[in-house]
Design a protein around this ligand. Structure first.
Ligand code: SF4
Ligand code: SF4
Ligand code: SF4
Length: 231
């Protein structure tokens, strides 16, 4: 009994190391972004689209500097909530539809040639700075607030969840129904509610895999053994 518990703990700790490469990558991309090395080159956009086709919005979970900054302020928020022994109620469900309205509006504006993302002169820059501060403050209260409610890029990339080849799957028989996957998800995906995660909000960060205490309860595969084919 003691041995099996120890083995479970070791396995849990090994899995807990998984987020390290993601954080390293996020830090590197953030620095490259600050240095202006990363731009919207067609090659980069094509690479993001191809990876998203296989794994979903990996750009959001592993690369986007704005997403990473929100992860950092989200961590600050969690620390403050623990320190003050308070928990903030989650965002209402309707807020997740806003980003699709923003996506539709941005697409329409661009199609009509009425402007380009980021344009607007000095006033535009001022609005962006104010918006950035508001979003960062909201991100302290709700993890990934901007991604979950406003970002049109995330809304567009999220559509890849419907067709991605390797979704996160929960194996009912192995699941302990502890709810760790739900509570750790920065995007509020109710992973324990369904066996097959094709939620549009998922950003393929795989944080859920690293906290799950049950071996193979969460897997990233095209089909589970019970479905007949495993890649
Ligand atoms: S939703 Fe937007 S801001 Fe958030 S990680 Fe994705 S692209 Fe970046
Ligand atoms: S963390 Fe793992 S064991 Fe717990 S509910 Fe989620 S899938 Fe099931
Ligand atoms: S469901 Fe898992 S992979 Fe998807 S966003 Fe939530 S924690 Fe990340």
């Amino acid at each position: 009994m003691q041995i099996s518990r120890t083995l479970k703990n070791i396995r849990y700790k090994k899995k807990a190391l998984l987020p390290a490469p993601r954080t390293m990558l996020q830090v590197i991309v953030l620095f490259l972004w600050i240095l202006g090395v990363i731009d919207e080159s067609p090659l980069l956009l094509a690479a993001v689209a191809i990876i998203s086709f296989f794994l979903g919005p990996v750009f959001c979970g592993w690369l986007c500097p704005i997403g990473f900054l929100q992860d950092l302020v989200g961590k600050l928020g969690r620390t403050l909530q623990k320190a003050f022994k308070r928990s903030i109620p989650d965002l209402p469900a309707w807020t997740k539809t806003i980003r699709y309205i923003v996506l539709a509006a941005v697409t329409l504006f661009m199609a009509l040639g009425l402007g380009h993302w980021g344009e607007g002169g000095s006033h535009g820059l001022l609005f962006m700075k104010i918006g950035f501060i508001i979003i960062a403050a909201a991100g302290v209260l709700w993890p990934r607030f901007f991604c979950r409610t406003l970002c049109p890029i995330g809304a567009g990339l999220g559509l890849f969840n419907l067709i991605k080849i390797f979704p996160v799957k929960r194996q009912e028989k192995l699941c302990r129904r502890c709810g760790f996957c739900d509570s750790c998800c920065p995007m509020g995906v109710p992973l324990s509610a369904k066996p097959n995660n094709r939620n549009l909000a998922c950003i393929s960060c795989y944080r859920c895999l690293s906290v799950c205490p049950a071996k193979d309860a969460l897997i990233v595969k095209t089909k589970t053994r019970s479905e007949g084919r495993i890649l």
